[in-house]
Structure formats: C-alpha cells, structure tokens
Ligand binder design. Structure first.
Ligand code: C2E
Ligand code: CA
Ligand code: CA
Length: 317
C-alpha cells in the first residue's frame, strides 16, 4: 500500500516500512514502488528493523544478486569458475605441505568476484553443489597434470558445504571422480565445518565417516569460530583441525590466549594435525610453532594463487 505525498513515498508491507525521499519528478509511480519494495525486501528478515530508506546501494545489491543468479549456469559451462590455491606451509619441513582450493569467479565483463559475493546465494538456492563438484574436478585435474609431468605433488583440500551432503550418493560420486583421474584418495582432503553438520548430526556424521573410510582426509574447518562444541569433535571422524582465523587474530603476546591454547590442546589430545588459518605475521608464526601447530595457512606465506602462479611457487621452492 503506498501513499503519495508531494515528493515522498511511503510503502508498507506488513510491519515493514520503506521510504523513498525526494523522488525525481520524471520517475514513474510503478518504478518508485518497485524500488521501495526492493528496499523493504532487504529488511524482511531483520528482526527489529521496521523502516528503511531507499538508496542506490540497495538497488545495486539487488542488481548484483540478479546478475549472479542469471549467470551462474553459463559461468560453469563457460569455465569462469577458477580454482585458486593457497599453500599450507608445514612447520616441520618448512615447505608447502598442501594447499586449499578456493573458488574465484572471473567473468568476462564483470571481472573478478570473491566467493563471499556468490557462495551464500548458491548455498541458498542449491547451486553450490554443482559448483563444488566442478571445483573438486578442477582439483583432480590439477593433481593429475602434476603427476603426469612427474612433479612431486601435495594434497589439495576442497570445501564441502551443507548442500553437498544432500546430493544422493555423494560419497560414491567423489570416489568415482578421484578414481577417474587415477589418484590416491588421500591426495584429496575434504574441509567440513561444524555448522555443516548441525541440524541432522547423525546422518551427516555418517557421511563424513564414509568419506573417511573411503580414504579421504577430513579437515574440520573454522574451528573456534563460534559453533565449536566438544560433541562435534567426538561425533566426527577427523584427521585435521583448522583453527579459525579469529582465534589466531586474538592472539596477542601480552595477553594469555586461553581459547587458542585450549583448541590446540584438544587437537593434540585427539591426535589431529593442526592448521592455523589467517596467519599474517612472523610473530604469529613463531607463537603457533611454539604451541605445536603443524601447518600455517595465511597471507604471511602466500595469498591464494591462480594455478600457474601456484605451480611457479612450488617450483621455486
Ligand atoms: P574458508 O574455507 O575459511 O577459506 C579461508 C579464507 O580465508 C579464504 O577466503 C582465504 O583467502 C582467506 N585467507 C587466507 N589467509 C588469510 C589471511 O592471512 N588473512 C585474511 N584476512 N584472510 C585469509 P576466500 O577465498 O574469500 O573464501 C571465503 C570462504 O568462501 C571460504 O572460507 C569458504 O567458506 C568459501 N569458499 C571458497 N571457495 C569455496 C568452494 O570452492 N566451495 C565452497 N563450498 N565454499 C568455498
Ligand atoms: Ca575452507
Ligand atoms: Ca576456514
């Protein structure tokens, strides 16, 4: 329902109000209403937010979302999703001991997009499962090509999101993928988060167990980011614990960081390898080394790199 005042429109949808200040005289009433409606949509799920003023950023965001949803399928068939590789530096060998594969979307017109811009939308509409499978295959192709060239290979970690667990026979599909490329299963590490298994813990923990039994290495991602519970550590068959960057960030040499120490201690008690994420300074590296961390992943050593640059990085090493 909208009410027109000389230059201001107020739109109400249930208990949410949208306001369009200073409407240009040449803007039609229906466009005005569409824009306010979009603004109201943006606060639809925000408890306690009842009023929104239209501004260009809301429309820009809506346009971007629309673009992403319209173009995602073409992006996959057109090979616009690119795997980037971020080294995991081993503190034991002082060399790269693995890498995480992180997706980037490189659109011919739109340019470079980070996963934060599109993964949440894909998780909502389920497309993430198709995109992930594509990225897993890209990881397998990379490993195969390194082996064919006779290079020493490092294992690659891929991300598995909540929706991937709903794909029928996901374990068999992963096994068949890795077998198609003739790879040892432990060359593929699978990163799962605790939030992934919340909701239906038994079914999802069973899938993780099957993946583990099939020989994949299981890494618990974002540990200590807020969802952590000791129960999860018991439920899941894990090999690696990835300490979330928020735990590492809070590590100030002047302050006792009990949460980080506790997380490290738990990992050790459970016989898990420890990877610290988001490490940016030499000081952090040394403290994590002192605590007994096994791997460091972070800008201090290297940012995520396109495949050719990652290969050059390994060769230089
Ligand atoms: P994540 O799995 O926790 O990945 C680590 C993120 O931290 C990456 O962001 C990486 O670029 C960033 N990072 C690494 N070292 C540092 C550091 O020293 N400082 C800072 N500030 N950041 C660092 P990215 O690539 O933007 O990915 C964001 C998230 O998107 C990932 O978080 C993951 O949840 C998701 N994601 C990325 N690629 C995929 C994918 O192929 N599939 C799925 N399902 N999710 C993905
Ligand atoms: Ca990850
Ligand atoms: Ca992480």
């Amino acid at each position: 329902r909208s009410t027109l005042f000389p230059y201001t429109t107020l739109f109400r949808s249930r208990d949410k109000y949208g306001v369009y200040d200073e409407i240009a005289r040449d803007l039609s009433m229906s466009t005005t209403c569409d824009r306010i409606m979009m603004s109201v949509e943006s606060i639809k799920n925000l408890y306690g937010s009842n009023l929104v003023h239209y501004d260009e950023t809301v429309i820009e965001q809506a346009r971007k979302q629309h673009f992403i949803l319209e173009n995602m399928e073409a992006a996959q068939t057109g090979h616009q999703f690119k795997p980037y590789f971020q080294p995991k530096h081993s503190l034991h060998t002082d060399r790269t001991g693995g890498a995480e594969v992180l997706v980037r979307w490189i659109h011919p017109q739109q340019g470079f997009m980070n996963p934060g811009e599109f993964i949440p939308l894909f998780e909502e509409n389920g497309f993430v499962a198709r995109m992930d499978f594509y990225i897993w295959e890209e990881a397998c192709k990379a490993l195969r090509s390194w082996k064919d060239k006779g290079w020493p290979v490092v294992p690659l970690s891929v991300n598995m999101s909540r929706k991937d667990f709903d794909v029928p026979d996901v374990v068999a599909k992963l096994v068949s993928l890795v077998d198609t490329y003739g790879l040892e299963h432990d060359l593929l590490h699978i990163e799962v988060t605790e939030s992934t298994i919340s909701g239906d813990p038994t079914r999802l923990a069973n899938i993780v167990r099957e993946l583990h039994e099939a020989g994949f290495v299981i890494e618990l991602d974002d540990f200590g980011s807020g969802y952590s519970s000791i129960a999860t550590l018991n439920e899941l068959t894990l090999d690696v614990l990835k300490l979330d960057m928020s735990l590492v960030r809070k590590d100030d040499p002047k302050v006792e960081n009990s949460a980080l120490k506790f997380a490290v201690m738990m990992g050790k008690m459970l016989n898990l390898k420890l990877v610290a994420e988001g490490v940016e300074t030499a000081e952090q590296v040394e403290r994590l080394r002192g605590m007994g961390c096994d791997y460091i992943q972070g800008f201090y050593y290297c940012r995520p790199l396109p495949q050719a640059d990652f290969e050059a990085y390994l060769q230089k090493e």
